[in-house]
Design a protein around this ligand. Structure first.
Ligand code: C2E
Ligand code: MG
Ligand code: MG
Ligand code: MG
Length: 288
């Protein structure tokens, strides 16, 4: 990309770029159509409380149910949604759908489940986010304490004073939960942690992956857990795939886990089934 080559660098136009630009434009058009035709769906990945072994929440993850080619994963289209600005209306659709689902689970008589939604920077910066959210909360009737917004470090760093006041509105006025996604991978200063009203840090999957074999990753994860706890924040580890990773995280006092070891993201009815069955999770036994 020309941008990555830096300023003052000329980038010549090539036929290949032409093909790419066309592909991108047509994907953008298809995504716009997908929103109009209501082809987006959410899958939910359970979050497990390590103190009880129970599912206490779920992260809503966007998929595109294409009529012909099946279910498309976000890596195929999230960048185009971001760059085109379509992430703002699609993101609001996600918020509304996730809140409606949270309310539906409550109506089914399930124990309270927190629903986590990823918020993109453009969506965060969009006009009257707090008003838009407040309206979604009213329309769906979800308890605001059951909605968690996952923010990224770069979102918070872009304009710290503005971010800070928006976050206060969301947390103090609306009563939402706020967490930092992919913690440790962004370019951020730790000082923002003391200014922003947060509830949880999500340890990035890249640190969790080799936790049982790489002492550096293990040290980073242990430090993030201690940092969070000293700031009175909860810690959730994402990308937990093995028993060894789980054992390490429990030993270090990690609060919540999410990952393929427990379940992939699943359709809403399947999540509700998982909660209803209330089965002990694989190889899970309570501490102590
Ligand atoms: P994320 O928010 O960090 O979400 C976690 C991703 O890790 C999900 O990928 C999930 O399926 C995957 N994952 C969970 N457990 C494991 C595991 O044990 N192993 C491995 N290898 N992967 C695991 P997914 O659903 O493909 O989403 C990718 C990214 O797309 C998300 O990363 C998020 O940044 C973005 N995204 C997804 N849905 C939305 C949305 O509604 N709005 C916005 N703004 N971004 C979204
Ligand atoms: Mg996330
Ligand atoms: Mg994440
Ligand atoms: Mg991640």
């Amino acid at each position: 990309h020309a941008k990555q080559l830096g300023r003052n660098t000329y980038q010549f136009y090539t036929p290949e770029m032409n093909v790419q630009a066309h592909a991108r434009l047509s994907l953008e058009g298809n995504l716009r159509g997908a929103l109009e035709r209501d082809e987006f769906v959410l899958h939910y990945q359970p979050q497990i409380d390590l103190a009880t072994g129970k599912i206490v929440g779920a992260e809503a993850l966007l998929r595109w149910q294409q009529p012909y080619s099946g279910l498309v994963q976000p890596e195929e289209f999230i960048d185009v949604l971001e760059e085109s600005g379509l992430i703002v209306p699609v993101g609001d659709w996600v918020l509304r759908a996730a809140c409606a689902q949270g309310k539906a689970w409550e109506s089914e008589g399930l124990p309270p489940l927190r629903v986590a939604v990823n918020l993109s920077t453009r969506q965060f910066k969009g006009e009257n986010l707090a008003e838009r959210l407040s309206r979604i909360l009213d329309d769906t009737g979800i308890d605001p304490g059951l909605l968690e917004l996952e923010l990224t470090e770069s979102l918070l760093m872009e304009d710290a004073p503005v971010s800070s006041s928006t976050l206060h509105e969301l947390r103090v006025l609306l009563g939402l939960n706020l967490s930092i996604d992919d913690f440790g991978t962004g370019y951020s200063s730790l000082s923002y942690l003391k200014h922003f009203p947060l509830d949880a840090l999500k340890v990035d999957r890249s640190f969790v992956r080799d936790i049982a074999t790489d002492p550096n990753d293990a040290a980073i994860v242990t430090s993030i857990i201690n940092l969070a706890h000293n700031l009175r924040l909860k810690v959730i580890a994402e990308g937990v795939e093995t028993e060894e990773q789980l054992a390490y995280l429990r030993e270090r006092g990690c609060d919540l886990v999410q990952g393929f070891y427990f379940s992939e993201p699943v359709p809403a009815e399947e999540l509700s089934e998982l909660v209803r069955r209330d089965e002990p999770l694989p190889n899970f036994s309570l501490r102590g």
